[in-house]
Design a protein around this ligand. Structure first.
Ligand code: ZN
Length: 203
């Protein structure tokens, strides 16, 4: 399976990092080795002093497809989940400044938290899903899929122009504002609505 991540999909987060608003979605990949194993803590890697949490809605692909038209996109996913796109912000800043790919900052071991999923039928409207991240019991990020610049179906159309989507692939749909540095002993808990989707300890 592969993990396809979307960057800069929420205007409020673009603003907080002082990035330009993209004309097209920003895409990068994480290998399956980036997935944080279930029940394992997240270890801050030794090459970064500034790892940020980015809470994101996840979409799980359940049908193989390429060049998927937006209007058929709902046939290609059946579950929505929540995860974290851990980002070594200091390293990413260096790579960005040099015009280099972000992978070392985003795709290292443990950098993808893939939490629980819910059947998409659970939601009245996938373009109106509230989610949040708590750090040590305090809400640090809050988002709603309504605020995405490219909504789920548009992302599937765009991403499938470049990559064949296969069963089990996961799309990270981008993070809203409120990203921040994690430190040892933090406990990060993600919610869709009121439902807890993951809880991760930082080491
Ligand atoms: Zn992200």
């Amino acid at each position: 399976m592969k993990i396809i991540c979307i960057g800069r999909n929420y205007a409020d987060h673009i603003k907080e990092l002082d990035n330009a608003k993209p004309a097209e979605p920003v895409i990068f990949l994480k290998p399956d080795t980036a997935i944080l194993l279930k029940k394992q803590p997240f270890f801050i890697p030794e090459f970064s002093n500034d790892v940020h949490h980015e809470v994101e809605l996840l979409v799980r692909i359940n049908k193989i497809g390429k060049h998927i038209d937006k209007k058929f996109a709902p046939k290609y996913y059946d579950e929505i989940g929540l995860g974290i796109d851990f980002t070594a912000r200091d390293l990413q800043a260096k790579l960005k400044a040099q015009g280099l790919p972000w992978e070392k900052a985003k795709s290292f071991d443990g950098a993808a938290v893939v939490g629980n999923f819910m059947p998409k039928e659970h939601f009245k409207d996938v373009d109106n899903i509230e989610f949040s991240l708590n750090c040590n019991g305090k809400t640090v990020q809050k988002g709603n899929s309504m605020m995405m610049m490219w909504k789920i179906d548009a992302l599937i159309e765009y991403v499938s122009k470049y990559f064949t989507l296969k069963i089990g692939d996961v799309i990270f749909t981008g993070t809203p504002a409120g990203v921040g540095r994690v430190k040892a002993e933090d406990v990060l808990t993600g919610f869709i609505g009121e439902t807890e989707m993951f809880s991760i300890k930082v080491k």
